[in-house]
Write a protein that binds this ligand. Structure first.
Ligand SMILES: [Zn+2]
Ligand SMILES: [Zn+2]
Length: 172
């Protein structure tokens, strides 16, 4: 008799976030996020243009370049960063489509480590835990520092394996 190992909850909810991410039409990054309270799924979202507005696959990505000051080896340095700004990020859509009361004490599973803006919003959204799979190097340092100071559980599923064909190659 074959014993099939039952999925743990982390894998279960991250698998759902990965499936949700396949709805995204931004060629740079497909992100999926789900809101979980206890073991209950309370919302799903992916990154995309507002409803009824042309998305990245139709209108192309809208690339914006910003310059941010970072301290590298004790020296202040201006670092250029490119992002697609056509889409509303998955985490922000999740906040737009869920209620505050559902978010209090809840967990967000998201395929990618949140960017600075999303992390900032999540930190103020009532959620107490963020679980992600792919690291996002651009904002990693300040996001992790902020989560630590806010006391939000922030963890990466390092040995996680996404369901086949749900992940695309992302641009850094
Ligand atoms: Zn895009
Ligand atoms: Zn974001």
């Amino acid at each position: 008799m074959t014993v099939v190992k039952r999925k743990n909850w982390d894998t279960y909810f991250m698998d759902i976030a990965c499936m949700v991410s396949t709805r995204s039409r931004c060629n740079r990054r497909h992100v999926g996020a789900v809101l979980v309270q206890g073991k209950k799924l309370l919302g799903t979202a992916y990154n995309g243009a507002p409803m009824g507005v042309p998305d990245c696959s139709e209108a192309g990505c809208m690339i914006s370049e910003t310059v941010e000051m970072e301290v590298v080896d004790g020296n202040e340095k201006m670092v250029k960063k490119q992002r697609c700004i056509r889409t509303i990020h998955a985490e922000q859509n999740l906040l737009l489509f869920t209620d505050r009361i559902d978010r209090e004490g809840s967990t967000v599973y998201v395929t990618d480590e949140p960017c600075w803006t999303c992390a900032n919003m999540l930190a103020n959204s009532g959620i107490v835990e963020i679980v992600y799979y792919r690291p996002y190097r651009k904002d990693m340092e300040k996001v992790r520092a902020m989560m630590a100071s806010k006391g939000i559980v922030f963890r990466q599923l390092e040995s996680y394996e996404p369901p086949a064909e749900t992940m695309i190659t992302v641009s850094e």
